[in-house]
Design a protein around this ligand. Structure first.
Ligand SMILES: Nc1ncnc2c1ncn2[C@@H]1O[C@H](COP(=O)(O)OP(=O)(O)OP(=O)(O)O)[C@@H](O)[C@H]1O
Length: 305
């Protein structure tokens, strides 16, 4: 299947600062891809380049196999985007914004649909200057989705949204993706996106350090055993003596589980020393931890280079 978006060997500098270095990744139709990286990694710059907002030194960007450049924007008709802050006119109502940007014969239907999808009906007739941060954010997302684009680019879309609105947005993204819309969504928090993305592109200091499915990334994650005993500090000593590295974490002892048999062995070691186990929990697939691991490895690699 052809990719809806292909970024190939993109290089971009601002002055002397090489902000994107050979950035390559793809987005397939109907796929939700997370662009994840720490502050300043280059996420917004990648997104702005895809929208042809500035020139770059080398590399190609194609949407539906058509090149995007600063002077050729036609392919962007099929792209909806919210980058950084929504561009909102304070003296227009939310509804007037939608009227201004809606296209097509079914304009009215599109406006009504997006008002319902984003649940903005109660304030859409008010002037935008009275909107809270979250309300503005929802209007920005409504504008990105309004004309049923094939590809939607959202830069930190959960910014300013309360937990209910965050959940509603996740549900909406998943529904639209099932209907074939592709999404590229940036965040510096992986856990915020892990429920909706199939694929993650991890960027650090302008370089893509990994593009992987969320399942592959989870498989590289760590597993931990969390134990509560009637004497955690003695249990820690007993485990250390037996060759396990257990750290005290609040009311629990936390140790990395390297293989499946380990839990039974740990329990045996403790019960042999008359320690009572009050609670056992498993912590699996800590995606945030595996992301941090990747970033740490990348940074130590760069120090060596
Ligand atoms: N117009 C510009 N002029 C100069 N430097 C810029 C410009 N835009 C971005 N940069 C620099 O490029 C780097 C990447 O910035 P970018 O905004 O793409 O990061 P980000 O991953 O989106 O970060 P955040 O999560 O903080 O939004 C940063 O070092 C930033 O200072």
């Amino acid at each position: 299947m052809n990719n809806i978006l292909a970024v190939n060997q993109l290089n971009k500098s601002f002055g002397k600062k090489h902000v994107l270095q050979d950035v390559s990744f793809t987005v397939a139709p109907g796929e939700v891809v997370g662009l994840i990286g720490p502050n300043g990694a280059g996420k917004t710059t990648v997104m702005k380049a895809i929208l042809g907002l500035f020139p770059w030194e080398s590399g190609q960007i194609a949407i539906n196999q058509q090149p995007v450049t600063v002077s050729s924007h036609q392919v962007l008709d099929d792209v909806g985007a919210l980058i950084e802050y929504p561009g909102i006119y304070p003296f227009l109502t939310g509804y007037q914004h939608l009227e201004l940007f809606a296209t097509g014969k079914d304009k009215q239907q599109r406006i009504d649909q997006v008002i319902e999808q984003l649940k903005v009906g109660s304030y859409i007739q008010r002037k935008a200057k009275s909107y809270s941060l979250g309300m503005k954010q929802k209007l920005g997302i409504a504008l990105a989705l309004l004309n049923h684009p094939q590809l939607v680019i959202l830069d930190e879309p959960m910014n300013g949204l309360d937990p209910q609105a965050t959940r509603d947005l996740r549900d909406l993204i998943m529904t639209l993706a099932k209907q074939g819309t592709s999404f590229l969504i940036s965040s510096h928090i992986l856990s915020e996106l892990e429920k909706i993305v199939q694929e993650v592109v991890i960027i650090d200091q302008g370089k893509i350090i990994k593009q992987a499915s969320i399942n592959d990334l989870a498989a590289t994650g760590h597993s931990f055993i969390l134990l509560k005993t009637d004497d955690n500090s003695r249990a820690q000593q007993v485990l250390t003596k037996a060759g396990y590295q257990a750290e005290l974490s609040g009311e629990q002892l936390k140790l990395e589980q390297k293989d499946e048999k380990e839990l039974a062995q740990v329990i045996q070691v403790l019960t042999e020393q008359q320690l009572n186990i009050l609670d056992v929990q498993h912590q699996h697939n800590d995606l945030e931890a595996s992301l941090l691991d990747l970033l740490k490895k990348d940074q130590s690699q760069q120090v060596k280079e």
